[in-house]
Design a binder for this molecule. Sequence first.
Ligand code: G
Ligand code: G
Ligand code: MN
Length: 410
Amino acid sequence: MSINVLIIDDSLSYCQLLARYFAELDVDQVDYCHNGVQALKKLQEQRDLYQILVVDLHMPEMDGIEFLARLARQGFRGGVIIASGMESRIIDAASQVVINARLRLLGALMKPVCRTQLQICIERLLMMAPELNASRSSMSLQALRHSIMHRKVVPYYQPQIEVKTGKIEGFEVLCRLQQGEQLQLMTPDTFIELAEKNNLLNAVSEQLLGTALREWGNIASHPDCDGARMSINLSPRQLGQSYWPTRLLDFCQEMDIDMQRLTVEITENQALDKQSQHSSISRLRLHRFGVAIDDFGTGYTNLASLCRLPISELKLDISLVRGIHFDPLAQTILKSLLDIGRHLGVSVVAEGVEDPKDFTFLENMPDLIVQGYLVCRPKPFGELMRWLNARSKVCRDNRVVQLNAAGKPQ
Ligand code: G
Ligand code: G
Ligand code: MN
């Protein structure tokens, strides 16, 4: 894909510096405007030319906050980076404007900005807007049909832990497909869209849940999984089908699973505005299933509309969790989510924790649940059970060491 950037900053030398960084990051085209009026005009003339805007806040003629409000009214769908020399509270306030206006915020950076920060912003855009990233390979329809017919849908599990205590809170079930005799399993980015387009996604989910719910009995009875939940993913389209709440109830009855221990994750990268989707969410909650908004921060749901949905969990997207230890914007979003969560009784999960520095930052957040490679990669059933056993042995040995140390005569 090509990435074109428009920088709006009244300092020419700053524009030139940023342009040099972007060029080093393989951005295709970088242009600048020295005020917001010029920029809005340029964006109106060439609507889809720019994928990223970098906006200064303190500018002559029109300040950055007014510019962002107008930009949202023009329906800009690319990503926005705020880069300002103002104090962090003002940058936070501007970030809130952007989030509430449903713009895609890639970063709120304090000047001087460095190249790595811009690189993370570009990666965020690619993760938030996969439609911009055309190079994804996909399975063929024939291979997909073959895998489904031969029952090659495999659940992988990724644990979620309470960051402060390490307690296991749950597991997300992630779908994998075996293609032919290949050992390497296919990940959802290669088949979910294809399956959905060809009305095969329900068949995939049926197989996945059939296996996962059967294996769940063993996982849930592990001594460290007391009260843990299992989360499954449904696409927004599946959520709109009245079939699924009923099917999940049947599954739970068949396999003697308490509905409270099952959470349905719905990605928010499509707007959840259909009546049928709201009605499914309400039905699921009525029957005491959990409902999580997945990938929060990448799409359409703003904080106000979230409060109107009867959800039980919010999952902060990986693009906002990566680098959170040095990113005031992501920190502000997480803190607001935790505040809202506390008020509404909604749990908050940070996804994609890979970096120990991010983990250390997150450890100070009360009531936060984390999921990511740093804790554990998604694993098939057998490997997961080995991970659980190894982990409880380490915890037991640590306790023995601590007890011995405490009991030693001085
Ligand atoms: O690890 P991973 O590559 O599994 O997942 C990539 C994306 O695919 C995630 O956004 C996840 O929500 C989605 N996904 C994983 N499993 C399923 C599934 O069973 N159904 C749907 N609809 N999406 C899934
Ligand atoms: O449904 P959802 O988008 O939440 O699925 C999570 C996705 O993120 C899955 O594709 C999973 O494999 C992936 N994932 C989980 N932990 C990490 C992580 O620490 N780093 C990265 N890059 N991906 C992760
Ligand atoms: Mn998910």
